[in-house]
Design a protein around this ligand. Sequence first.
Ligand SMILES: C=C(O[C@@H]1C=C(C(=O)O)C=C[C@H]1O)C(=O)O
Length: 468
Amino acid sequence: MVTIQETELKDKGILAVRTAQKLGRPILISEVHQMDSIDPLSFFNSGSVRYFGERFYWKDPSEEVVLIGIGISKQIQSDQATDRFFHVEEEWRNFLKDGLIFNPFNENGLGPVMFGGFSFDPLKEKTNLWSNYADSLFHVPKYMLTLVKGQTFLTTNIVCTPNDDYSLFEEEMNERTQLLSSLNLKQDTDMKPAKLLEMKEISPQQWKQTVDDVVEELKTGSLKKVVLARELRLLFDSHVKADVILENLYNQQRDSFIFVFESNGNCFIGATPERLVKKQGENVFSTCLAGSIRRGKNEEEDNILGKTLLNDQKNISEHAFVVEMIKEALEESCEEIILPEKPQLMKIRDIQHLYTPVIGKCQKDASLLLLVERLHPTPALGGLPKQDAVEKIRQVEELDRGFYAAPLGWVDYRGNGEFSVSIRSGLIQGKEASLFAGCGVVANSDSESEYLETSLKFTPMLRALGGN
Ligand SMILES: C=C(O[C@@H]1C=C(C(=O)O)C=C[C@H]1O)C(=O)O
């Protein structure tokens, strides 16, 4: 059993109540403990009953930072379309203001962290599909496990109002003790995978027609590239459990960012190879990822396919649009930008992509959310020119993208954090799941091969859900 010395929280609690009363508003109290190692998936599972719908999971490809949040101590959400990045930032800063943070460690991803993201396009007409996710939605967890540099930490966040008294902390301490003592005891004993009954592609013929129409426009107009996505809907015999799918993704897609973001009983989950932006002090990292081909059946075929991709003019120009835009966007915030001249290959389990890593140096206190705003959507997910492409997608795409293809990630109270582009993902709603996949359409695209490319991009999620 994992235990924490509780006496400290008592003293901190008294201080927090006094501060909340003095300021006449809620105050955050956050404390970080170093722990013996805890298996992240069992920590996630320990919240599966009591905190169902209030959990998140995050890992980057090299597992530099793994975060698991359970419970919600603060929700930041808005459907406001204008200045949405700025408003989230402002609310986050206000929430942290005068907070009592007890964190003696220097690692990133400790103490108060907000986890969440943004919808792809807040101006797109909404359907019921994403009704449980506001256009901007972030959770500050009650409990968060952080694995960083081989060490394990537990953050506890409590919001205390002027009307609270010390009993709040007694209740919180009991809750935390219960959570920690339940680790390794499977909470939800019925972990058998849901069986896939039906798989339905949403309007594939119409989607191909849309690709053809957009190709015609690209040949004559000022638009250079538009990313078009489609949906695959799955029906199961019982509720799909996030815990089961997460474990599958963890075993099958280790080289990717893996994320789970629950909201009101729904679960957005995926394994994406694409970083939007990471900020660590003054260092900024981004990724240009566009241009795709399948993996080979053996090493020889795989190498031939890789070479074909590296030399394919259509894919090279699709990729170049992304490099150009990311470079320009980062130049607004960074002094120094380093990127290789030519793309290399990123090989993940089912697909290989053209890949250009980008590194920049910015002001130490530059805002990560401002970088996210400048970058989203890159031409890998939107198109070029950015605004016209987003408008075209809004007009012609049948799909309600919601959080698909949008920034998803975390920011800690020191301003460090990371956002991925939430592709290779799906939304789980009880016995149903919607999977999403898109591809870059340019003037010489062929709708049949774009259709096949999107089919390939469904594969990782389909396998994790037992459908492949
Ligand atoms: C849009 C997706 O992927 C994006 C589009 C790519 C392409 O067009 O080649 C490659 C990687 C991603 O940036 C997706 O997987 O849904």
